[in-house]
Design a protein around this ligand. Sequence first.
Ligand code: SF4
Length: 496
Amino acid sequence: MKTPYSYQLEVANKIRDAIDNGKNVILEMPTGSGKTFTALYALQIYDHFMVNTRTVSQYQPWEREARELDITYAGLIGKTRVCRKPYRKVKVGNKVKYKTSKCTWTEKGVRQYCEEYAYEINYEALREKGIYRYCIEASKCPYFELKINQNAKMYLSTYVGFFLNFAPVKHHIAVFDEAHNLMNLNDFIEFNISKEELLKLIKHTDGAEREYLIEVKKFLDGDINTIPIPPTNISEETEEIYDALKEYDPEIWRIYRDDKKYRMKPIDPSYLLRKLDGYQWIMMSGTMFSDDYIQNVLHLSNYERISAKPFEPNIQYYLYDDEKLNYNFSKRDGLTQKTVEVVKRLKAEDGITLIVVSSYQMAEWFKGVADYIETPKTKLDEVKKRGLIVAVARGKITEGVEFVENGRSLIRRVIIVNLPYPQTNDPYFRDVVDYVTKVWGQKTMWKLMNEIAYITVRQAIGRAVRGPQDKAEVYFLDIRFRSLFARLGLSEEVQL
Ligand code: SF4
């Protein structure tokens, strides 16, 4: 059985101490340092725990390490991916919903089961194959038993499964993987209603239901302020709309309208996290939020912060010390040529030099110089893996491209041109900023902005060092990076 390195053992012991003392945990360990293994190693002594990932495909590292440690698991998977019975697609609003067969139901007081239903779970076969393959290859369909299984030590679910209550099993210890994503948690519950579909629904209904839908349209258009109350006996499609509107609280939710749809979304960053009350949570990521942000914006408390940064000595940081390189929005236009010159000078002799800028417009500055420039249409498999690569903060490259060959990172240098504050021209983000400012003050708004910039920078740096053998140099051009010096663990001495 796999055994932990000394730094992993130290972290695992700290996690157990925190859990045993009734605390929550913020766990910060970089990619490649064995974060998943360390967390599982720590948690294996408890009867049960659950792990929540952003998507089902992110179960894989947990399944792999559970195999190493002989941990039994079950969990939630998309029914349409594994159901053996036919299903049909139905459009609700502009979302496609699937109508699947029932796994189990009651008829005249007697419990009935689908003829494919598997009553038993073979944990060993499950561990060997992983949830998806096990569901597909088992002689009977284990989907439902896996979903309601309380016996396995680990229960795998997604953020949506946890926060929107799709997961019927919730263990008291709840892990959230890649927890920096919780910053965008409200994206998961955004509700879209297509204008065309709503009009069609109005056209094809009659009586009280039709009257109700007309009022719904007025509400969504902003013509009336009160949420309409539906009549009894409405269709499933109308009920879905009502279910979404029920959540609406004018203090916390906003409605956005364009030509095609209505978009309803909460603007309080801590809105869904209130559902963590009563759980002992572990938030883990290579890049975790500051305590200030966690406590004052996300409103989470009673936690131990546990960090291990075994690769930090492999990263060398430099601030390009030139007062003229101030990329404040009002000053940056005259900096194109100078920036390109500096970047050409800093290009690594071999491997990849990754340049990170805050917008697609800035990325264009490097036309004719760079080997690849990210655009809004970039597809992950078309990104070249050599030379100068320009990536846009929070874009596809910094979030998802692996520049690794034979287990080694190809990135030698990362040049972060400017402080990647989020774009405030997005109406949703503007509302979040206004809300945070109104409720918690101007200072908190800046905490939010700085936190987003900081997480983005760390994510970009994390692309370069994927394991203990990787080394990278990181250059900051924007003189305003001085304000993030302490957070980045830098000191004045690292200037060029
Ligand atoms: S038991 Fe399996 S095959 Fe039967 S309805 Fe449920 S998911 Fe589909």
